[in-house]
Design a protein around this ligand. Sequence first.
Ligand code: HEM
Length: 182
Amino acid sequence: MYGMIHQAAREMIHDLHGPAAWADILQKSGLGDESFISAQHYSDEQTLNLISAISVSTGKEVDAVLEEFGGYWINFTDSSSFAGIMRMAGDNLFSFLANLDRLHASIKTSMNKAVTPSFEVIRSTETTVEVMYRSDRTGLAPFVRGLFYGLLARFGETGTVTHVDQEDGCLFTIDLQPDPAA
Ligand code: HEM
């Protein structure tokens, strides 16, 4: 995956655990400074080595690291050079979710080696959204869960995110909690 993703992981660890933890993770991952160039594409193996090293060093399960990283990614991209693309994807959760494929398509114009997932809104009511997540990769559902929680927070919503594996993808259900002021 692109170095930008490795940079986000580095920033998350610096924020949450400090530079000493990062030095330990870097050493465990076997990655060097050359693996953190934003616009360079690296093998998924390197990215997964980084996630595993974070798991070993922090004592958190890999799935918990992925979920935390999903939430962090939303804040990271919002303060990156892609902030404009994030804003253009929609001003509420529903339109944003419906625009995720367009968002990744516009990213691919500058990151043409990116292999991005697809998100299809299957059903949407005032309080529930069902989104089918499809990817060439496996094991990233906890990352998506964290991303969706991050998006809920971004739009000032609270709710729960659950998912079930299906034959052609992973079906996520986002249940919004009603606004107590409404
Ligand atoms: C401007 C914001 C964003 C940027 C710049 C971005 C960029 C990227 C890039 C570069 C990759 C890795 C692909 C590769 O290197 O092969 C990726 C993967 C991914 N992105 Fe985004 N993304 C953004 C927002 C989002 C959002 C809001 C979601 C929310 C659901 C999301 C979901 C994912 C997932 C789940 C993957 C993992 C790849 C997979 O499942 O196969 N991204 N994205």
